[in-house]
Design a protein around this ligand. Structure first.
Ligand code: KG4
Ligand code: ZN
Length: 341
């Protein structure tokens, strides 16, 4: 019998139905991208209101597509950390309501651990613990030592912007839309990634597993509009746009790659798990495949729809249930990042 997983950590309203043997019977994601596009970033208040409107239709659709009745559910799982507090609370309230009505266990799970669990879901058998885990999304960019699906130790991560946030801000500087990652990727096609020299802060510092993207963003800003240039300087177009997008994308990917390699070196792990919206980037995926080939490390790459936010990765809740764990109706949300209190 299956569980229902609910995911409302940021700006995607998602629900999925997953069986105990990890078969995903349905996975529904309602994106709010169009709502946040005019602000070129997620507006928390807008996000929580949109979750309230969408959560019931999304759950209904997930149950309908799974061709089951609600009463056939074994448990209800919900992402309770980290995320935007108002968004998390919408998912938690819906999960509590359904679990209490059906009289089935309620299981909270960590959204970051779930991103990495997507690798096990997509490629069962390919993962041998311990692994290094890379999560790169709009809100997080972190490296983990993954001892098991539920045991993650944060090794390092960004000290300023998340990678996805940097893509979003870069897209905005280049006059492109939101979310920025896919727009930059598209604009970079045909561009020369070496046309502009952009910094890779901390990339050569082998003493720490931290990343930084704010200097890269500022450097791009000065390329687009040099100091002293008028505020209404037109956004770049044509080959200049392609070159700027390609140079930015290469610098961001190089920065991530340097720390992934270092984390593999430091830990001695032979498997890499990846997750989060930025890991759907083609240049990053291809670079990681090359890294795997040259180093003999197994790089586990989930399909793109399992990289961006979704509820299928809520299958991780089965790991808790199988340990005999679940939560009571007093379950609460924890907006802060994994590894922080
Ligand atoms: O994991 P996700 O869907 O939501 C969060 O938990 O944040 O990640 C969204 C982020 C956005 O910042 C978006 O610009 C970025 O992932 N992203 C990409 C790509 N697709 C999405 N970044 C680079 N290249 C992409 N193809
Ligand atoms: Zn996410």
């Amino acid at each position: 019998m299956p569980l229902l997983a609910i995911e409302t950590t940021c700006d995607e309203t998602a629900a999925a139905v997953i069986t105990r043997d990890r078969a995903v019977l349905s996975s529904v994601v309602a994106s709010q991208d169009a709502l946040h596009a005019r602000w070129r970033g997620v507006v928390p208040e807008v996000a929580s209101r949109a979750h309230v409107e969408r959560i019931i239709p999304v759950i209904d659709e997930a149950v309908r597509r799974a061709a089951i009745a609600l009463r056939e559910l074994d448990a209800v799982a919900v992402a309770v950390r980290p995320g935007l507090v108002g968004s998390l609370l919408v998912g938690l309230s819906a999960a509590k309501g359904i679990a209490a009505t059906l009289g089935v266990p309620l299981v909270g799970y960590d959204h970051i651990a779930a991103h990495l669990y997507a690798c096990r879901l997509a490629h069962p058998g390919a993962v041998s613990d311990p692994c290094v885990g890379l999560v790169a999304s709009g809100g997080h960019t972190s490296l983990f030592l993954v001892r098991s699906p539920l045991e993650l130790e944060r090794l390092g991560g960004t000290i300023d912007d998340a990678a996805g946030e940097a893509f979003d801000k870069a897209a905005s500087l280049l006059g492109l839309g939101y979310p920025g990652g896919p727009q930059i990727e598209r604009a970079a096609v045909g561009g020369n990634a070496r046309a502009y020299r952009l910094p890779r802060p901390l990339a050569t510092d082998r003493s720490r597993l931290d990343l930084s993207f704010s200097g890269l963003k500022t450097a791009l800003r000065y390329q687009v509009r040099p100091p002293g240039a008028p505020r209404d300087t037109p956004a770049p177009v044509g080959q200049r746009l392609a070159d700027l997008a390609a140079s930015f994308q290469q610098a961001a990917v190089d920065s991530i790659l340097a720390k992934v390699e270092l984390a593999l070196d430091h830990t001695g792990c032979r498997t890499l798990l990846i997750g989060g919206g930025v890991t759907s980037n083609t240049l990053l995926r291809e670079s990681l495949v090359r890294l795997g080939r040259s180093s003999g490390v197994t790089v586990v790459i989930p399909p793109r729809e399992l990289c961006t936010d979704n509820a299928a990765m809520g299958a991780i809740a089965w790991e808790r249930l199988e340990r005999g764990e679940n939560d009571g109706l007093e379950l609460d949300v924890r907006p802060t990042q994994h590894g922080q209190s």
